[in-house]
Design a protein around this ligand. Structure first.
Ligand code: FA5
Length: 344
């Protein structure tokens, strides 16, 4: 027997003994490192090949490789045996099938989505339809048809993300007024919730992506009192039974007269005092509203001498701040489940 053959025989019997003694996967891995690792016994033998006469080297290399193959196969068998022993042990455990299971984690509707659903449901019960529209609009729908021509300073107020010279991410849901009236003859009664985008700096009251809900009612004989009644009812639905609604004169090119809409602060119930929710005024601002401007009705082919209408546009996140008494609008978009799950 050559010297190498004797060394290989010795190595194999030491290997077999080591594998037999390895009781778990970690011990088996140590055996692999000792024999087949980078500084293991096989590597030492390989280094010895260099000392042999050149003509013996190929045979010696092959002999070592054959042994390595066998060792690897034995390691794999031993690994399989260990796994099946662990599996058997697991099977033989007694399981108490009557033990109560932990509660499954379930999600809830996001508070912003809940407010959208509540407002839609309030208006649907009054016969309004819910309509959805594109978030990318031509300036024609977003401005021109809403009585805001190209040189009108009101365009500056909607600091918009422009995509091309004529296309923009809508900064408000009011284009849905035009889209709806273009497609349907009066009477019209719709609400249109959806995402809006503005180049506003993010702070406690502003996001660059937020949600609005637009409302539009157009028919014969519609007046400001209808608007007041609808919005007062909506505030009571969202915030409680004794909410009041206040209309402050304002300006929007697409409504005349126009108003900013406030509701009594649901925290201090309108008392003001040192309320940190409303800053002591007793009122919270929700959005804009007014009677649809005659030019807007004309732009969609309606006759302002025959029909009239009201419209409003409220920020959903602002409704959320008020409803849940939260002091920072960013909480809604931070995706903190522990925080969001508290709001129902
Ligand atoms: C408008 O967007 C008008 N289209 C509303 C309107 C519709 C008036 C129909 C008349 C008739 P305004 O720019 O004020 O108006 O925005 C309305 C509401 O959107 C604000 O009161 C606020 O609640 C919300 N809002 C506006 N910008 C932001 C913002 N960056 N982050 C969060 N909410 C915002």
């Amino acid at each position: 027997m050559s010297e190498l053959a004797a060394q290989l025989a010795d190595l194999q019997s030491r290997f077999a003994a080591a594998v037999a003694g390895a009781g778990d996967e970690r011990a088996l891995d140590a055996v692999r490192v000792d024999f087949l690792g980078r500084s293991g016994a096989v590597t030492l033998l390989r280094r010895g090949i260099g000392q042999l006469p050149a003509e013996e080297r190929p045979t010696a290399g092959k002999e070592i490789n054959d042994v390595v193959e066998r060792l690897e196969a034995q390691l794999q068998d031993a690994q399989g045996a260990l796994e099946s022993r662990a599996f058997d042990a697991d099977l033989s455990r007694t399981i108490d099938v009557t033990f109560p299971a932990p509660d499954a984690a379930v999600g809830t509707i996001h508070p912003i989505r809940r407010i959208i659903e509540d407002v839609c449901s309030y208006f649907e019960r009054m016969g309004f339809a819910v309509v959805l529209g594109p978030e990318v609009e031509p300036d024609q729908y977003n401005f021109d048809a809403l009585n805001i021509p190209a040189d009108h300073p009101a365009r500056e107020g909607f600091d918009s993300f422009w995509i091309t010279d004529t296309l923009l991410l809508r900064p408000h849901t009011s284009p849905m007024q035009i889209r709806t009236m273009e497609q349907h003859a009066p009477p019209i009664a719709v609400v249109a919730p959806g995402r809006c985008y503005r180049r506003d700096a993010v702070d406690a009251r502003h996001l660059f992506q937020f949600n609005q809900i637009e409302g539009l009612l157009v028919a014969e004989g519609i007046h400001f009192g209808h608007l007041k009644g609808a919005l007062t009812g909506m505030c009571r639905e969202l915030f409680g039974d004794d909410q009041q609604v206040r209309f402050r004169p304002s300006f929007f090119p697409f409504t005349e007269p126009s108003a900013e809409v406030d509701t009594t602060c649901p925290k201090c119930r309108g008392l003001g005092d040192a309320c940190n929710m409303c800053g002591g005024s007793g009122w919270i601002e929700l959005g804009g509203a007014g009677m649809v401007h005659p030019n807007v009705l004309r732009n969609v082919g309606y006759d302002p001498d025959v029909v009239s209408g009201w419209a409003f546009g409220f920020g959903i996140e602002r409704l959320g701040l008020t409803r849940y008494e939260i002091d920072d609008i960013r909480r809604f978009v931070e995706s903190d489940p522990d925080f969001l799950m508290q709001l129902h």
